[in-house]
Design a protein around this ligand. Structure first.
Ligand code: ATP
Ligand code: MG
Length: 267
């Protein structure tokens, strides 16, 4: 699943990390592919740049790349305790880095668009692969979509973000027709909602009208300690306090809804 938005800073990486945390808590073997050259997801998952084994180099050598060997276990997994079978649960990161930027061009040809698909198609270690995309529709996001079954869009309840989401949905529709017929829209997550703001309440209603069932539940509120949790490179499920517990429960619900075929696959 790709986590995408045209607009920057709306919470793609935060939603990726929240879902990864929920997947870890649920014992789902998960890989996070950090496709943003800024590598924020890698930082949030507590992993260091790993030289020639970053995702950019794996993409360059796509046919020979062994992603399960190159991916790095997140320290989140070590902290979460043993699963029912006594094994440490699997949460690995295909580490991001500036090198992947060589593919973030607007004119990437099909042969290059298929690189991530090629890398992922040979793995059978992970049940869930979350791809954190950069904030553009250039080569890397298109590469992510080519490798995905579904695309999850993230938007803030603000004018520019809602408009950007509409544009992204249209781009996705065109992309589906041209390149990947089976690609589904998993839905739109509204993030950083501030109940106290009349403008945000208005925009959220607008999103409900615009996106209908594609607007996913729950809506994620603006959360005071979110940056502190990310700054410590912690999983929200492992952070103490009521606010983190409520946030973790929201990501559990989101993941559950995404995993349920009845609620997934809004086209
Ligand atoms: N629900 C939230 N509550 C509070 N802060 C949030 C929330 N979601 C995201 N943030 C903060 O907003 C900032 C941007 O979020 P994030 O990095 O997840 O967005 P992004 O879409 O991945 O950005 P980019 O386009 O740069 O990759 C971060 O500092 C993050 O901690
Ligand atoms: Mg990001």
């Amino acid at each position: 699943m790709s986590i995408s938005s045209l607009k920057g800073g709306v919470g793609k990486t935060s939603v990726t990390l929240g879902l990864a945390s929920a997947a870890l808590a649920a014992g789902i073997p998960t890989l996070v592919v950090d496709l943003d050259p800024h590598a924020d997801a890698s930082t949030g998952l507590g992993v260091e740049p790993n030289g020639e084994n970053d995702i950019g180099h794996l993409l360059k050598n796509a046919r020979r790349a062994d992603i399960a060997a190159a991916a790095v276990p997140s320290p989140w997994a070590g902290r979460s305790g043993a699963a029912a079978d006594g094994q440490t649960p699997v949460l690995d990161v295909a580490v991001g880095g500036a090198f992947s930027g060589i593919y973030d061009r607007p004119d990437l040809k099909l042969r290059n668009l298929r690189r991530l698909h090629t890398v992922l198609s040979r793995q059978n270690r992970y049940e869930l692969v979350l791809i954190d995309c950069p904030p553009s529709l250039n080569g890397l996001t298109r590469m992510a979509w080519t490798a995905s079954h579904r695309v999850l869009l993230v938007a803030e309840p603000s004018l520019f973000s809602v408009a950007g989401t509409e544009r992204t949905l249209r781009a996705l529709e065109l992309f589906r027709k041209e390149f990947v017929q089976g690609l589904q829209t998993a839905g739109v997550v509204a993030n950083r909602f501030r109940e106290s703001s009349a403008e945000q309440r208005f925009r959220l209603e607008e999103m409900r009208t615009m996106f209908g069932d594609a607007l996913l539940s729950p809506v994620l509120p603006d959360q005071a300690n979110w940056q502190q949790i990310q700054g410590a490179a912690y999983a929200v499920h492992q952070w103490p306090g009521d606010a983190a517990r409520q946030s973790a429960a929201r990501f559990d619900e989101l993941l559950h809804g995404l995993a349920d075929p009845a609620s997934a696959g809004v086209r």
